[in-house]
Design a protein around this ligand. Structure first.
Ligand code: C2E
Ligand code: MG
Ligand code: MG
Ligand code: MG
Length: 293
């Protein structure tokens, strides 16, 4: 609340704030207990070729099944980032995901995406941690995509962002690909895309939703999305439209020239055991099958 109120405002310490604080420290204590990882469950969501609807890769998304029941990442990732817990948490997800993905890669050539925070990436041992996760699971670098948000990449200072860039570049040397996540929501100019060590651009869901709607605001967003997609093609970056929920949205982003997509239309995040049957055949066939039963 204090943060939301802005830097130049006096924040009165109300009982509500105190509750919020107590709540936060209880959550933090519980989250510490969740590590090394028993309560942290990794789900996977397909990323598909918009034309063939085949699953090309899956994104690892963490859930916390703890004393409060299931807690979604938006409820604890920010706290984990602030407190540094994101480092062991992120390493747990990386190890789990690379282990889970080995048979998917071997049987179907399906890669796994793992979200990483800038705080993790800028640590001196980050490259070794990733190299070790790959070596111990036998997963080749080409089977791993690291996702980092646009805001995380740019919010770090100049020196830190040089470190982040160097670490990502070193990992690309191992064949690991880098995706810039939630693109279009931050402040980056399109020119950034050329300078960052990035292979994949995930275009934020806001653009997906506007792509299929009428109106002036939609027209502006659609123009921007088109520019992003075209720039990606020019720079040899692969564009992924996020949060596609409707067939009309899939068609709209595809008609802008976007090659890949992700969203509930093609599959929600599900446990490892449930993602395996979706691999190796078009996602919409699976969606049809699932809605039938
Ligand atoms: P993200 O990396 O942008 O992941 C995509 C989010 O969009 C996921 O939310 C996913 O469930 C949701 N989503 C996918 N398709 C649709 C759709 O069609 N409609 C809508 N409305 N939403 C859709 P989720 O799983 O709640 O994760 C939220 C965020 O938490 C992620 O956004 C990511 O930034 C962060 N996160 C999740 N797991 C990790 C992790 O292991 N490490 C780190 N550092 N961050 C993580
Ligand atoms: Mg992501
Ligand atoms: Mg995203
Ligand atoms: Mg996001």
């Amino acid at each position: 609340a204090a943060k939301a109120a802005g830097k130049n405002q006096v924040v009165v310490f109300t009982p509500a704030l105190r509750t919020e604080h107590a709540d936060r420290s209880r959550l933090l204590t519980e989250l510490r207990h969740a590590l090394p990882g028993e309560e942290l469950v990794v789900h996977y969501q397909p990323v598909v070729d918009l034309r063939t609807r085949r699953v090309l890769s899956v994104e690892a998304l963490v859930r916390w099944d703890g004393p409060r029941g299931r807690v979604m990442p938006d409820q604890f990732i920010p706290l984990a980032e602030e407190t540094g817990l994101i480092v062991p948490l992120g390493e747990h997800v990386l190890r789990r995901a690379t282990a889970d993905a080995r048979p998917w890669w071997d049987a179907h050539g399906v890669a796994v995406h793992v979200n990483v925070s800038a705080r993790q990436v800028r640590r001196p041992e980050f490259v070794d941690v990733v190299r070790d996760a790959l070596a111990s699971t036998g997963l080749p670098g080409a089977a791993l995509v690291l996702e980092i948000t646009e805001t995380a990449l740019l919010a770090t200072g100049k020196v830190e962002s040089a470190v982040v860039t160097a670490h990502l570049a070193a990992l690309r040397g191992l064949g690991v690909r880098v995706a810039i996540d939630d693109f279009g929501t931050g402040y980056s100019s399109l020119a950034y895309l050329q300078r960052l060590p990035v292979d994949i651009v995930k275009i934020d869901g806001a653009f997906t939703r506007f792509a299929a709607r009428p109106g002036d605001e939609s027209r502006r967003r659609r123009a921007l999305a088109t520019a992003i997609v075209e720039l990606c093609a020019t720079l040899d970056l692969v564009a992924v439209a996020e949060q596609i929920e409707l067939e009309t949205e899939a068609r709209a982003v595809q008609s802008l020239g976007c090659p890949l997509g992700q969203g509930y239309l093609f599959g929600r995040p599900v446990p490892a055991a449930e993602i395996a049957p979706l691999l190796g055949r078009p996602a919409d066939a699976v969606v049809r099958q699932r809605t039938r039963r």
